[in-house]
Ligand binder design. Structure first.
Ligand code: C5P
Length: 315
């Protein structure tokens, strides 16, 4: 095969708790991550020149070495120095549907798709664990994006413990097109405001993970209980992003009044989501929100919760 195309799904956080500072400068996190059916299409195609090329139809997405998808290919080229001589170079094409700077791991899922796509194209035979170890070098969310589905993520977010998938639930995603939030800004602001609440990660980090396992959220996920999951949605980063962006807070209030199972900001935002028990319920919420916000003011998407993140698309 000279080309592989993958559907690369967005993620949301059903739960995100900042535990404290790590010695590497990152934050120790305890999260529940979930793939959702809003996806980019990523294609890796063999080219003769021994180089990496990247094309993307979205004006806000760089096509140079600053793009995580490019870095994913460069990392494999560095780890397998002879591979381009044997297999040729690669052109990566990204067709963007996931909003950019949204807290939906769009860049991370593209990078995950390049790792998996190039593993196939260059016949590297890497295992999922090997792919996730490489992914962790590129970004904290990328190991989850390799596996997808429903998972607990700890450490920087790169330690993945996959859970039984959630069936039959949907989300409405909402993001103002003009607004994006920088993840480093969100964590820096959180540290400035809440460093005095940080726990000693070396001693308490593992305890927090155990506490999550014994939490009502995990019981709700284990029982596939949508209403209980909706009640226990939680994200620490809301505490800095919502006050800094009153328009996001207003959209959250509007979404929460539409009758879903629960509403939360995803990751470092600004995307908000409402969990629903059916596609029809999600469509009803979109209809209510459209009576308040025009398409130019607010992007709205209905997406099912997915059991995986990456899917090969048949040619
Ligand atoms: O790992 P990634 O490049 O996605 O992280 C982006 C930024 O988010 C980091 O540079 C850091 O500022 C912040 N971050 C953090 N703690 C984490 C994950 C991310 O402070 N666990």
């Amino acid at each position: 095969m000279d080309s592989y195309s993958l559907s690369a799904a967005a993620k949301i956080n059903l739960y995100l708790e900042v535990v404290g500072d790590r010695p590497d400068g990152y934050h120790e996190l305890v999260m529940v991550m979930q793939s959702v059916g809003l996806a980019d299409r990523v294609t890796v195609r063999r080219i003769l020149p021994h180089e990496i090329r990247l094309r993307c139809d979205h004006p806000a997405v760089p096509s140079d070495a600053t793009n995580l998808a490019y870095q994913a290919a460069a990392l494999l080229q560095q780890r397998f120095p002879k591979i381009m001589g044997q297999q040729g170079g690669v052109e990566i094409t990204i067709e963007k549907n996931i909003p950019v700077g949204a807290g939906l791991a769009g860049g991370s899922t593209n990078a995950a798709a390049v790792l998996v796509g190039l593993d196939l194209l260059w016949q590297l035979g890497l295992t999922q664990i090997e792919l996730q170890t490489l992914a962790a070098e590129l970004g904290s969310d990328i190991p989850f994006c390799i596996a997808g589905g429903t998972a607990i993520a700890t450490g920087r977010g790169e330690q993945i413990d996959t859970l039984h998938g959630l069936d039959g639930l949907y989300v409405v995603l909402a993001k103002a097109p003009a607004l994006s939030v920088s993840t480093p800004w969100a964590y820096k602001s959180y540290r400035q405001a809440f460093a005095d609440t940080y726990l000693d990660v070396a001693t308490v980090g593992p305890t927090r993970q155990d506490q999550l396992h014994a939490s009502p959220m995990m019981a709700a996920i284990g029982q596939q209980d949508g209403p209980a999951i909706g009640q226990h949605l939680y994200n620490d980063l809301e505490k800095v992003v919502l006050p800094a962006h009153p328009e996001v807070k207003a959209v959250k209030a509007a979404l929460a009044s539409c009758g879903g199972l629960g509403t939360l900001m995803s990751g470092s935002g600004p995307t908000l989501f409402t969990l629903t028990a059916s596609q029809a319920a999600a469509a009803g919420i979109v209809q209510q929100m459209r009576s308040r916000y025009s398409e130019s003011e607010l992007g709205l998407w209905v997406a099912p919760l997915l059991p995986s993140s990456l899917q090969l698309i048949e040619p």
